[in-house]
Design a protein around this ligand. Structure first.
Ligand SMILES: C[S@@+](CC[C@H](N)C(=O)[O-])C[C@H]1O[C@@H](n2cnc3c(N)ncnc32)[C@H](O)[C@@H]1O
Length: 348
């Protein structure tokens, strides 16, 4: 296993992200997935002088790594160890809105993949897979406590694995399954190996998504992001598998449409107003050169939108930990209380 100090995360689609975010001096940006701080450093550099960045990551180790990397920009940076599903509450608490751009670079950083967090079957580690070690449920809990039907459903839905029932049955027979290699070997013995891709890949993806509620949180965060963007502000999302990309695409297309009536409705009755403009009809993917230098970029898909509404009067903030959000355009906004978030001021 590579030691942590030798692992560094190369930001994916970096120039494409900066261009899509339209980073400009003095702008205010949120990086919802700070990771090693690669994108964040480039945003801070390009938004200088005067740019500000709020960086969020659920993983305290990632946040620490980013803190070191971003030291030089400490006066312009706020780092928060939180889940991005609380995006709106975090921004309201820090009075960090409206913003010029929001970046979500999904998935795992190289540091997480190479460490002993149970994300990878390249080396043996406890079956953990939590982004945030304070969270209770681990991958081992799901694997060892779920019914066969539930396990199969998770592997099918989140891994798009056609052999989900065979894998679930084999796991139930073998339980307890506690380490990455034990699980990877069991899957290989059960469904065999075809081609280059390891047969455990889809099951590992499924467990990671389930442990971290990745798809639900992504959907919620996308919705929250619109109300934080100023007019002309950009939302940029990089996804790494089809389940994520489908959610991002559907959300962006829906919010950019004039009408969301069911097809064949003779007259529009939805009253829908587009709030976003698509910046790229086709997804942006990595060049051959980037893929050669950074294989992680192979599956990356970037989508970007621009906010075309103003909603500066959407928020009313009360003091302390309590925020009251007055949503004129959205029903999903709710008063939020953020009590446990750890906010690190880089300058402190
Ligand atoms: C692909 S890495 C980001 C890499 C970063 N863009 C860079 O250039 O170094 C994704 C990061 O997002 C974090 N993450 C994933 N889901 C999250 C969530 N729901 N809330 C907060 N952080 C999350 C992971 O912990 C990981 O550090």
């Amino acid at each position: 296993m590579e030691s942590k100090s030798t692992v560094s995360h190369k930001p994916v689609l970096l120039q494409e992200s900066l261009k899509a975010l339209a980073v400009e001096p003095g702008g205010r940006y949120v990086d919802c997935t700070l990771g090693g701080g690669g994108h964040a450093a480039a945003i801070l550099e390009k938004s200088s002088p005067g740019g500000q960045l709020l960086g969020i990551d659920a993983d305290p180790t990632a946040l620490e790594a980013a803190r070191e990397r971003l030291q030089v920009y400490k006066e312009y940076t706020l780092l928060v160890n939180e889940n991005f599903v609380n995006l709106q509450a975090i921004c309201l608490k820090l009075k960090f809105f409206p913003v010029n751009g929001i970046l979500i670079d999904l998935g795992l950083s190289s540091l997480q993949l190479s460490g002993d967090r149970g994300f990878s079957f390249q080396h043996d580690a406890p079956l953990d897979m939590r982004f945030n070690p304070d969270q209770k449920m681990t991958a081992a809990d799901i694997v060892n406590n779920s019914s066969e039907a539930k396990l199969a459903q998770i592997i099918r839905a989140y891994g798009e694995e056609s052999q989900s029932y065979r894998i679930a049955r084999a796991i139930i027979k073998e339980r307890p399954v506690t380490t990455t290699l034990q699980l990877a070997k069991l899957i290989e013995q059960t469904i065999g190996r075809k081609g280059k891709i390891h047969p455990a890949t889809k099951t590992f993806q499924a467990l990671r998504i389930a442990v971290n509620h990745e798809l639900e949180y992504l959907e919620s965060t996308l919705k929250q992001s619109i109300d934080l963007l100023g007019h002309g502000g950009r939302l940029v999302v990089i996804s790494y598998h089809s389940l994520e990309d489908r959610i991002v695409k559907q959300f962006m297309h829906q919010e950019a449409r004039e009408c969301i009536c069911p097809p064949h409705t003779p007259v529009c009755i939805c009253g829908h107003t587009p709030r976003l403009k698509l910046l790229n009809r086709k997804v942006i993917i990595a060049t051959e050169t980037e893929i050669k230098n950074n294989p992680r970029s192979r599956s990356a898909k970037l989508r970007a939108v621009e906010c075309i509404v103003s909603h500066s009067d959407n928020y009313a903030i009360t003091s302390g930990h309590h925020f009251v959000t007055i949503a004129k355009s959205t029903a999903w906004l709710r008063p939020v209380i953020l009590q446990k978030s750890k906010i690190i001021l880089l300058a402190a």
